[in-house]
Design a protein around this ligand. Sequence first.
Ligand SMILES: [Zn+2]
Length: 601
Amino acid sequence: MPMLKQTLLTTFFILFYMMTSTASPILTYHLSMPEPHTHYFEVETKISGLDQETVDLKMAVWTPGSYLVREFARKVEGFEAQTGDSELDFKKINKNTWRIETAGSSEISVKYRVYSFEFSVRTSFLDASHAYINGASVFMFIDGHLDLPSTLHIQPHNNFNTISTALKPVDGDQWVLSVPNYDLLADSPIEIGTHKVVDFEAAKTPHHLALVGEGNYDEELLVSSIQKVVEECTNIFGDLPTDDYTFINFSTDGKYGGLEHLHSTCLMYPRWNYSPRPKLNRWLGLMAHEYFHLWNIKRIRPQVLGPFDYENENYTTLLWVAEGVTSYYDDHLLVRTGLMTEEEYLKVVAGNINSHENRPGKKVQSVTEASFDAWIKYYRSDENFNNCCISYYTKGAVLSTLLDLEILHNTKGKKSMDDVMRYMYDEYYKNQQRGFTDEEFQAAVEKFAGKELDPFFTSHVSGVEPIDYQKYFDYVGLTLENTADADKIALGVNLNSSNKVTAVKRGSCGYESGLNVNDEIIAIDNYRVKSSDNIATLLARKSQGDQVDIMVSRGGEIMHIQTELHPAEHFSYKLSMVEKPSRTQKKLYKAWLKIRNEAKK
Ligand SMILES: [Zn+2]
């Protein structure tokens, strides 16, 4: 955006706020990092225009997009408040609120430090090499003034010369940023250091790729892949709801993850996994996932996800749409833009089904329950997670696949999930400018499927009924076959490198005979166990109904567990084209994967 336009916009925000609110305070943040090796950001918050006896400053307890109460206030220390040269009294009134006595002063200044040494897309990090700021974990807001515009002044450490963020500079100074409101401060991560930035256009819009950390990537390939995804998404929705977009891409020692924002995203990816080709698919999928969020969740949003309550859990039964539909589209975008082959894509679809079907929790937790309890289950999983829970990402992606096929089938290929998502964007984000409900999403799918889908939603969305996958894959001439050996004997336990049990699968013979998490498996029928592969070898000679003696060390005490063997339920699905697909099946298959020309197989 040209500088003049940014300045005007900033002025507009401040004027607008002054005109629409009475006695609006003026807010300025100052951020510095004088000793980055200590991992402390220093924050000074200046507030003027006050006419009240007390001011409450609050730290968020979570950051949007990551559904876990993280208690960012636990990293804050050295809080002090002043007016001019005088100290002001303050007290903490709960875990994340500081109440300051203004002593009649209209202008106060608050200082504190934030320890920032958790390197993830959802937290803040500072060391001698760079600074990553997640606004929710560093900056406090004035209670009742989330809408207040502000200015952020950054004093970078000595040699840090580059900044990447979606916040716009004021008057061309990259270290002074215009902040329209707290939501955008929390929503616009900031990377500061010595990284390289690649600027390019996609769908006629400026995009920036901040490359932080070494990796075996091919810059041009990353850029051209992003361009394809941006253009495909823009075609689906009809427009691109941002005038400037930033990717902050960390190449890491093994960390993987992403977080979506209104005008940017942060990605973390293992540095040597950008090549060869099949490995790159995982980065492409991550990038496409976060980009699709630019619409789905950042703008097409479940009703309770905005305006955010930064101090409490925000409960929604719709993460299966926000994350699951996005997980369906991330790989689907790759196959339809030619970034992934059809064969690779069919493996991804079968892989999602395997991942869901191999969890005993599929019979326990519905995808709406999984969404609602994300705060206490998905984000706080324990060793029993797979027995009682599912992933709303995976099942959401599986259900989106089936709904897309159902719409294509019912409309002879004329409509698809694309139409549903475009409608959700037009109707709820643009026209009504509000979030949507569970009923409204179902109604949107039914509108384009041209049929009532209550049985589907009751059985598979709010319910845990078994899914008849083949019914849907028949529409496009595909067969879903379980290639797992149904007679294969297995204990149903996961082991770590010390042969200690880390999980026991419900229904397996290990579960039924009483093997526990943390048991160290020493021997089976008096033969030493060396690894999980070795267990498979020892069991390969056995048959269903055989009894084995398992010697374990439980808390240092040796014990013997008698186990009657039986096969463990396991799914290893494969999707393949039927031998002679009908004309209709061929047509729908092409419509599903958006195959636009004959030359492409
Ligand atoms: Zn996501």
